[in-house]
Ligand binder design. Structure first.
Ligand code: GCB
Length: 643
């Protein structure tokens, strides 16, 4: 396997071998929640860390760093988990490091867990970017390709072999991107030795955010009984005032489990019960799940309590899943939630902040939701990768609507449409749907952002990708396009047309006066061709905070504001027809690769990276609250802030 890993950096075709070996998507990926039968031990904090600076980046595998404490293999440093590693060390080489980095942590596993042989012990990584290999006490337990999505391994047997000593968890993470990864990238070796030292290489990418890497989300151990609830799927609808929850429960470890399901309201009262691995819960006088600013009581969640009894072994397992009852439908010109037209007035985001990069961070997450509420935003897109599950949980509770995007960003090279890429893309959508299918906030899947959709192979690629996603779940599916409406090969397969455009920025820079005509043409062209609802999924302009001008010139706050105003005039006409949403690019400034078009990152945020509002934030706030007010469903508790 040493060869396989060294080849990672040189030749990427070997990846297929790894996938077929490690993917087993029939298993569920329930978010770990404590219950009377399940315990959780978080492994966040300081881990031991070492980057492999060897020429082929393969010393760690050649010398089997996983076999002994990392500190015995060479110099190590402290690294917080969760966090990107890039900005933490005071070291330029680490910020742009490409290759394998090694994390290690020792942990005492509770004696009880070990003694009770029937306790399943699972090691779970919330996400690590990009490719991960995991050992426990030197034994390989799993590998996973792709950042932004969780993976786990059952580790009880391995730990029990060495009970009595702390167990050593080693995770090697490689951030190298290839033509077949998502997102794709290429490694370019610079061979002109008059310009570059021997062996010099760079990572090229086609996406506009910093390729932060490391262990980005929580690592934890959790337990279940031997016979356990492996997965739960709910699909909801309603008929008049009766809510209907179709559920199915997958139990592993027993052929004839007794499954009992109860739906409990916020007041603690049980509103429906059912028995069996599949069934229907009917809720009289249902409280539907409504979006923020569309109802007095948005984000209503029931708790679906699943109990499993296994008579053979006496095992019991229980898990409580938050459930929102709502429907999503798309017509020729409307996006309907609970049969009512829904207009997305929201944002595109990033997981991005100072020092921690893409590392999970509660203060940032809660602050961002508070800013969204302040702005009157009712929705966001997880541009350009799946966000932490905890974020979707909060969105569920607040009624913030989510377009859930996979990491299919920067698919620009024709070779990234080959079967190896497509296979991986299908698996990523399976992983994403498996993880997020039960979130009421998620109303649509986005399979890609701005791919080269005019290339001939894009047609069959998106046809298969979208139909596969539809076979997994009933939600509408889209991808975000910046292609010409008449040449886009993927658009025939989407449910909603999502278009990005940057008139008077990337096109006709400085010419604010062309926005109106170009945006009208954009909408009319797309609608004439497809008769599908349209979302303006990105628009905006960079503004360096504190730069001002009159008349507005590029990079000032006034220019950004005027771009928005000119777009808004057209949105206000078209939302009476078939435009069903507007998502600003971007909620906040964020880090990118260094380049001559980026001033310490992308400055199209309404907020700075530190979450200070620019002029545009106040403009959007006024607008979003006005739109909510106009649709006549502004809740009684909401005070319209911009009279
Ligand atoms: C886009 C991309 C987004 C970029 C943005 C920009 O179209 O989807 O990732 O950051 O434009 O500012 O260039």
């Amino acid at each position: 396997s040493g060869r396989r890993f060294s080849m990672w950096l040189v030749n990427f075709t070997c990846l297929t071998v790894v996938w077929t070996w490690c993917h087993c998507l029939h298993a569920g990926m329930l978010f770990p929640r404590e219950s009377p039968t399940r315990e959780i031990k978080e492994l966040n904090g300081l881990w031991t860390f070492r980057a492999d600076f060897s020429q082929n980046r393969n010393a760690g595998f050649e010398k089997a760093w996983f076999k002994r404490p990392l500190s015995e293999t060479g110099p190590v440093i402290d690294m917080p988990v969760p966090s990107s590693f890039n900005d933490v060390p005071q070291d330029a080489q680490m910020r742009d490091f490409i290759g394998w980095v090694w994390y290690e942590r020792e942990v005492w596993v509770p004696m009880r867990w070990l003694q009770d042989q029937s306790t399943r012990i699972v090691l779970r990584v919330g996400s690590a970017h990009y490719y991960s290999v995991v050992w426990v006490n030197g034994v390989l337990v799993t590998e996973h390709e792709g950042g932004h999505l969780p993976f786990e391994a059952e580790v009880g047997a391995v730990i029990r072999k060495d009970a009595g000593i702390p167990c050593r968890i080693t995770i090697a993470v490689n951030n190298t991107l290839s033509l077949n990864t998502l997102p794709p990238g290429t490694i370019q070796y610079m061979t002109d030795h008059s310009k570059y030292p021997p062996g010099y290489f760079v990572q090229n990418i086609n996406f506009d955010f910093f390729n932060y890497a490391g262990i980005h989300r929580s690592v934890l151990l959790y337990t279940t009984p031997e016979a356990y609830i492996d997965d739960i799927t709910v699909q909801t609808t309603f008929l008049d005032s009766t809510g209907i929850v179709n559920y199915s429960v997958a139990v592993v470890g027993s052929d004839r489990p007794t499954v009992k399901v109860a739906l409990v309201g916020k007041d603690g009262r049980c509103v429906a019960t059912a028995n069996g691995t599949t069934g229907i819960l009917k809720v009289a006088e249902v409280n539907l799940w409504w979006p923020y600013l569309m109802h007095d009581n948005p984000g209503y969640l029931y708790s679906m309590e699943v109990r499993v009894n296994v008579s053979e072994s006496g095992d019991k397992d229980s898990y409580a899943l938050p459930v929102g009852v709502r429907t999503v439908n798309v017509t020729e010109s409307k996006f309907l939630i609970n049969s009512k037209p829904f207009y997305f007035h929201g944002v595109n985001k990033h997981e991005d902040s100072d020092i921690r990069g893409k590392g999970f961070d509660w203060p940032l997450i809660v602050k961002d939701f508070n800013l969204l509420k302040w702005m009157g935003a009712n929705s966001f897109r997880t541009s350009h990768y799946p966000y932490a599950e905890e974020i979707l949980d909060v969105a569920d509770r607040l009624g913030i609507v989510v377009i859930d995007e996979c990491p299919g960003v920067g698919i620009k090279d024709i070779r990234s449409f080959d079967p190896i890429s497509l296979d991986h893309h299908l698996v990523v959508m399976e992983e994403l749907v498996r993880r997020d299918k039960n979130h009421p906030s998620v109303v649509m899947w986005s399979v890609a952002n701005e791919p080269a959709a005019e290339m001939p192979p894009a047609g069959p690629y998106f046809k298969q990708l979208i139909s596969h996603t539809k076979s997994l779940d009933s939600r509408p599916v889209t991808f975000i396009t910046d292609s010409n409406y008449s040449r886009d090969q993927g658009a025939p397969y989407v449910d909603v047309i999502c278009v990005n455009s940057y008139f008077s920025w990337y096109h006709d820079p400085g010419h604010l006066e062309v926005i109106s005509i170009q945006l009208h043409s954009q909408f009319d062209d797309w609608y004439r061709k497809y008769q599908k609802p349209i979302i303006q999924s990105e628009y905006g302009a960079d503004a360096v905070p504190g730069l001002h001008s009159d008349p507005p010139t590029m990079f000032t706050e006034e220019y950004q504001k005027t771009v928005l105003q000119n777009y808004h005039k057209v949105f206000d006409q078209k939302r009476k027809e078939f435009v069903v949403g507007e998502l600003i690019w971007n909620f906040a400034d964020f880090m990118t690769a260094q380049g001559i078009t980026r001033v310490v990152g992308n400055k199209k945020g309404m907020f700075t990276r530190q979450r200070q509002p620019k002029t545009g934030a106040f403009l959007l706030r006024e607008r979003y609250w006005r739109i909510a007010n106009e649709t006549g469903v502004l809740p009684t508790w909401a005070k319209y802030p911009c009279q």
